[in-house]
Each structure stands twice: as C-alpha cells, then as structure tokens.
Design a protein around this ligand. Sequence first.
Ligand SMILES: [Zn+2]
Length: 363
Amino acid sequence: MTDPRITDLPALIEGLPPGNRAPAERILATSATNGRLDPPEGMRSWIEKSFGSVDAVTEQRIVKVTNRITLEGTLFNELRASRPLDTGVSLDLDSEIAATEGDPFCRPEEGTPADVFGRISGEHATTASNIAKYDGFHGVVVFDDHNPLHLTPEKVSNYVSVGLEWCRKALEADPEAKYPFLMWNCLWRAGGSIIHGHAQVTATRDAHYPKVELLRRAAAGYRSEHGSDYFGDLHQVHDALGLGVPAEDGVRAFASLTPVKEKELVVIGGDPGDAALHRTVGALLQGFVRDLGARAFNVAFYMPPLAPADEDWSGFPTVVHIVDRGDPANRTSDIGAMELYAAPVVASDPFRVAEVLRDGPPS
Ligand SMILES: [Zn+2]
C-alpha cells in the first residue's frame, strides 16, 4: 500500500471502518477538485525546473476540508510548496539570533518591568510585565535561553508552568481576571518583536477570547446534538486516519486536517497544569524544529477559566495549537486575503507531518 496523501482524503474516509467513518463524516466535509491550465511552449522548461514536470502543473489536485462543527477549513495544494518565491536576501539565522545577545531580556531584572504582584521565577524562565499590554493582565515569560530554538521538553514544560503560575497570581490580584491565555510567537515571522526566547500570558475578564468561546460553544452544541464528546471524536477521527503523533499518557495529539497554516498540530490534554501535557508540547516542538525544519512558529493554549463562570465549561479540555510560519528569510508573508477572510491555503501534507514526528525525517 502506498503512503496516504491528503489529496486522497475523501477515499480514505470512505475506507474507514463504520465506527470511525461515522464521526469522520459527522465532523468533516471533504471535496476534491482538479485545477487545469495550458502553458505555452516557451514556459515548459521553466515549469520543469520549478515544479519537476509539466504534468504536475497542467492538472493539479486540490482538496478542501471543512470542520462542520467549528467551521475551520483548509485548502490543500501540495504543488504550492514548490512554487518559486521571491524570498529576498538569504540569512544565517543562528548568527542573526546571536547578534542580538545582550538585549534587555538577557537581564530581565533590570531590563523589564515586574507585574504588580511581582515576578514568577522557575528553573528556566522568569516573568516580566508586558510594557504595552494586549489586556489588563499581560505578562512575558522570559526564557533563560537567548536562542528560542534551543528548546527541550523539560525547558518548555517549565515555561508553561511559570506562565500558569503567573495566571494564578493575576487571578489573586483580580478575581474577575479568570480567563487565561498562553501563547508563544517564535521569531519575527511568527509575530515575535523580540528575538530572545519568550512566551506571553494574558488574563481577561467577563468572557473568554472569542475564538476560545467559539470552540466552547461548538463543542457544547456537538455534545447536545450527538451525545458525544467533540474532542474525543476529533482525535479518534485523526488517529484512525493515521494522523496521530506521539504523546504521553493522558494526552492526545495529531496533525490537523484543518490546519490554520503549515504543519499545524493539535494537542489535547486534561488539566492545564498537567506536566505530561507540557512535556508532550515540548517534545513535539523539538520535533517541529529538529525534524520538520520549523524556525518561526506559534503556540497557543486554550484553557477553561480558573474560577467558576456563568457559561458551562464542563468537559472542555486544554487544547494546544502549534503552527509553522515558514522560513524567517522569506519576505513573502505566509498569510494573505485568503487566510484572513476565506480559508487558509496549505502546502504541507498532514500525513507527512505525522509520519515525520512518529518515525523521524526520511533518510
Ligand atoms: Zn537575550
């Protein structure tokens, strides 16, 4: 049997055993189409050089996947991974990162403000108060490592623990600031304005951020309509198709069929404070950097509120998203009007992403 490909997804779902096919068809809408074109003779050698063959371009398969429950959706076209890009100057990333050593985050005690409740310090990170805030509480988890790519599961686990302790301190300072959010924008292409390794934490009042609340509502609607746990079914469908990736006990992880952009992983854990969840995220990030070549990436933790709320959060797990934002040397943005207003267009095949994280890079 040949390796499964994202372009075969409609057939792969049809071939699932009934117990997996039913939730797959409940959650996912898939359709495939072919894009065709007719190149002039004079373009053929350039196409062959750029895309491998003329046939690859004259008929290209595109698969659209929509999550019917959350209305997340993605267009996959593998050919776009090999399209020529005007990438600007090439760049030695390691030396670019090293050149900024000695920045304020290298000495957070003097170079950054503290929060009103002080700083949280852990084995590999210490917190600062963000100087221009997203929200009433907005902190920075400043890593001891200047280079954000020198990550290990243990270090990442500590970054997350320190961030969650910050959220608890924010709640003590303001009992209404009960909705926590933890994020990591790694390098400028992922929205990080400072190169030195850092994650960010916020705590918001009144209601969770709209995208988190939207997921809560979608999962609650699914449970009342189908009598089944949305997150459990979502993982089951991905796992049955061969998209599961390694995770510690009690944690589930997979390469998403509706990625927001390249190589997106979803990790589902129980309590946000679970160390096995933190280590799983760290191990997957290590694979993301080492085996999948990610350099600029985003991480986001969706978590239920830390204190009772009016709306029903029962059964809502911790959901972590990890996404590759492309080559930091590339001058073309990875998002445009399609991503902002229609649906993300993605070149990486989730089946290859899962395979590399399970078995390592192809030798
Ligand atoms: Zn630094």
